[in-house]
Write a protein of this length. Structure first.
Length: 591
C-alpha cells in the first residue's frame, strides 16, 4: 500500500513534457559528436528527440520489441548543481503524437503495447534507471530525463554498489575538466544490451490476477561511452568507455572506445561505431583519464600491516585479476615485507593472457611478467599435479615502459642512465646513446599490429613488459626482462655473459595449418631465416604468420587488399602479397 500511495502521489504532481518520434535525429543532432549518431545498433528501433517546452534536450533510440531504450545520447551540463534528484514523476511516450504525458491521460491498453508502463516496475527487484542520468542535467533538461523511454530495468544492488558510483565519479571528474578548460563539450552515449531471457514483471516475484508478466526486457549489460572534445586543442580531447553486467556479483570494466565498439559488435552481430573516428580513443589523454577514473572509483586500500604503498597496490591488483596470491619472500613479525607477488592462473590461450596484460596496463599501469609455463604433470605447490599445459605463473610489477610510473626505461626497454628529458617528446640517455621514452603505457594497437606509446605528444613504437623468461624457459636477469633493446627481435640476458631469444608478444600468431603457436613460442625467426613456431611441447613446429587475420602471410608479408588468404584453387592457403609475389598464409578467408 505504501508503494501504491507513493506512486499515485507522484502521478498527481506531474508536469507535462514533450517528445518527438522522428525518422532521423536532425532535430537533436547537436547531442552527437560531430552531429553523427552511433552506427550498428538496432535498426528497427524508433528514434526519439526528447523535448521539453520548445527545446530538444537529448536523443534516444528506443526498442518497442524490448520496451527499453537501446541508448540515450546527451551532453553534460556542468554549469549547475548536479547533485539533486530533480523531478521524480515518470512520463510515457504515446508514439501516436508528440505529447509525452502521464499514463492517466492515455488509454493504457494501447500505450503499453509498445513501451513500458509504471506498473511494470512496482513489484520487482529491478528499478528504473535512466540512461541519460538526471544528475548530468539541470532545469528543464533534468526534468526531461524522467521518461520511461529513457529507463531500463537494473538490478538494485548492481546499480547502488557499482553503476551509480561509476556514474557519480565520472560526472564529478568531467565537471572539473570542463570548468578548468572552459572550451570543451562532453558527449555521452549510454546504452543497454537487450537479452530477452529475462523480462519483468517476473511471476515468481509477485502474483496478481490482473498483472501482465514478462513485458520489459532486462538488459544483460549496460555501458557508457564518453567523447570529450576540446574546441581548440585536440591534445586535451579524449574518450573512454565502461561496461558492466547487470547483476549483483558483476564489476565494471573500463576500456577504450575502439574496444567497446568491438565488444558491442559481438553482441549485435554488426559493425558498431559509437563515435566518428573513435574520438581520440588511442591518445595519451584517453589512457590517463581511464586510469584516473578507474582508481578513483576503486582506490588502493589504506596502509595496513606495514606494507609499503607500492607493494600494497601490486597485491590489490593481484586480488583484482585472480583470487590466488603466492607471496615469495615474506617473513613473519612486525618487520615483514613482500618482495614479489606471483600469481598462478589458467588461461585457455595466449590471447586471454595478453588481453589481461593490456587491461592491467590500461587501467592500473601494472603488468605481469611471465615466469613459468607449467607443462602437463608439472608440480604446482605441494604435490598438486596439473594435467593441462595452459597454467602460467607471472610476477606482478609496475609498468616501467612509462617513465612516469617506475624506473625509467627507453621505449625499447633499455635502462635510462639519467632522468628523462620531458617535453614535446621524451628522450633519455642509454648505454647505446639517446633514445625515445614513453610517457604512457605501451599498449597494443590493433590497426597497426604492433605496440605504441606516447612520447610527449608523439606516438612511437615501444617494447612492452610481458615476460621474464626466454623461449627455452630460462630466467632472464631480474633487471633485464624480455625486450628488443634496439634489436629486431625480443631477447634478454640470462647471466652476465649469455643471452637468448624471447618469445615475441605476438599473441595472435598461428601456423599455416591453422594451429595456434605454443604458449611462450610465438611466431618469430629466432635463429633462422624464416618465421616459425612450436605448436606443442614435443618440439613439433611449422611455418607461421604473426597475426591471425585474412591478410597476414608467412615471413611477415602482407596479402594484397584485393586478394585475402584462401585456397584459390590450390591445395594450400596462399595469397598474392604486396611485394608483387605470392606467399603461403594461415587463415582461410575466401572459398
Amino acid at each position: 500500500m505504501i508503494l501504491l500511495s507513493l506512486f499515485f502521489c507522484v502521478l498527481l504532481g506531474a508536469l507535462s513534457a514533450h517528445a518527438k518520434v522522428v525518422t532521423s535525429f536532425n532535430d537533436c543532432k547537436d547531442v552527437f559528436y560531430k552531429g553523427k549518431e552511433p552506427q550498428g545498433m538496432d535498426q528497427n528501433a524508433k528514434k526519439i528527440c526528447q523535448k521539453l517546452g520548445n527545446s530538444f534536450h537529448y536523443a534516444t533510440l528506443y526498442s518497442e520489441l524490448h520496451r527499453i531504450p537501446v541508448y540515450s545520447a546527451y551532453t553534460f551540463d556542468h554549469q549547475c548543481n548536479n547533485t539533486g534528484a530533480g523531478k521524480t514523476q515518470w512520463y510515457i511516450e504515446p508514439q501516436t503524437s508528440e505529447e509525452m504525458l502521464l499514463e492517466s491521460e492515455f488509454q493504457i491498453n494501447v500505450i503499453k503495447m509498445g513501451q513500458a508502463i509504471n506498473n511494470d516496475y512496482i513489484y520487482t527487484r529491478y528499478e528504473r534507471v535512466q540512461l541519460n542520468p538526471s544528475r548530468s542535467q539541470c532545469g528543464n533538461s533534468r526534468n526531461a530525463t524522467f521518461t520511461l523511454t529513457n529507463a531500463v530495468p537494473m538490478d538494485r544492488c548492481f546499480n547502488h554498489i557499482h553503476w551509480s558510483r561509476w556514474q557519480f565519479q565520472m560526472m564529478d571528474i568531467i565537471k572539473k575538466e570542463l570548468e578548468a578548460d572552459g572550451a570543451a563539450t562532453a558527449y555521452f552515449v549510454t546504452g543497454a544490451i537487450p537479452k530477452a531471457n529475462i523480462r519483468i514483471p517476473l511471476q515468481e516475484e509477485f502474483v496478481h490476477e490482473k498483472m501482465e508478466y514478462e513485458r520489459v526486457t532486462v538488459p544483460s549489460h549496460v555501458w557508457t561511452a564518453l567523447c570529450y572534445k576540446h574546441h581548440t586543442n585536440d591534445m586535451k580531447s579524449f574518450s573512454l568507455g565502461y561496461m558492466g553486467q547487470n547483476q549483483l556479483d558483476s564489476d565494471i570494466n573500463v576500456m577504450p572506445v575502439s574496444k567497446m565498439n568491438s565488444v558491442l559488435e559481438k553482441q549485435y552481430g554488426t559493425s558498431v561505431k559509437i563515435f566518428d573516428d573513435h574520438c581520440f580513443s588511442e591518445n595519451m589523454k584517453s589512457q590517463e583519464f581511464a586510469s584516473s577514473l578507474y582508481n578513483q572509483v576503486q582506490p588502493p586500500g589504506s596502509l595496513r600491516h606495514g606494507i609499503p604503498p607500492n607493494i600494497l597496490y601490486i597485491i590489490e591488483t593481484a586480488l583484482k585479476y585472480t583470487g590466488k596470491l603466492f607471496p615469495q619472500n615474506s617473513a613473519a613479525g612486525n618487520n615483514s615485507s613482500v618482495a614479489d607477488v606471483t600469481i598462478t592462473k589458467y588461461f585457455d590461450s595466449a590471447v586471454t593472457f595478453f588481453k589481461m596484460l593490456e587491461e592491467m596496463k590500461y587501467k592500473d599501469k601494472t603488468t605481469c611478467l611471465l615466469t613459468r609455463v607449467i607443462k602437463p604433470n608439472d608440480k604446482l605447490g605441494k604435490g598438486n599435479l596439473l594435467h593441462v599445459s595452459k597454467h602460467i605463473e607471472c610476477r606482478l610489477a609496475q609498468e616501467q615502459s612509462d617513465v612516469t610510473v617506475g624506473r625509467p626505461n627507453a621505449a625499447d626497454g633499455s635502462p635510462c642512465k639519467d632522468e628523462p628529458v620531458l617535453g614535446h617528446r621524451c628522450v633519455c640517455a642509454t648505454e647505446s646513446g639517446y633514445k625515445g621514452c614513453c610517457t604512457s603505457p605501451c599498449l597494443y594497437q590493433e590497426k597497426l599490429k604492433g605496440y605504441r606509446c606516447y612520447s610527449g605528444d608523439t606516438q612511437i613504437e615501444c617494447s612492452p613488459q610481458y615476460s621474464a623468461i626466454t623461449v627455452k624457459g630460462q630466467n632472464c636477469l631480474i633487471n633485464h626482462p624480455c625486450a628488443t633493446y634496439g634489436k629486431d627481435h625480443y631477447w634478454c640476458y640470462t647471466d652476465s655473459d649469455n643471452w637468448d631469444y624471447c618469445s615475441p608478444p605476438l599473441w595472435q600468431s598461428i601456423t599455416i595449418n591453422g594451429k595456434s603457436c605454443r604458449f611462450n613460442h610465438a611466431c618469430g625467426t629466432y635463429d633462422r631465416s624464416y618465421h616459425w613456431c612450436h605448436v606443442d611441447n614435443d618440439s613439433n613446429w611449422n611455418y607461421c604468420c604473426t597475426h591471425d587475420d585474412c591478410f597476414s602471410a608467412i615471413n611477415g608479408k602482407i596479402c594484397k587488399p584485393d586478394h585475402s588468404c584462401g585456397y584459390h584453387n590450390k591445395g594450400y592457403l596462399w595469397c598474392y602479397t604486396t611485394d608483387g609475389k605470392w606467399e603461403y598464409c594461415c587463415k582461410q578467408c575466401t572459398e
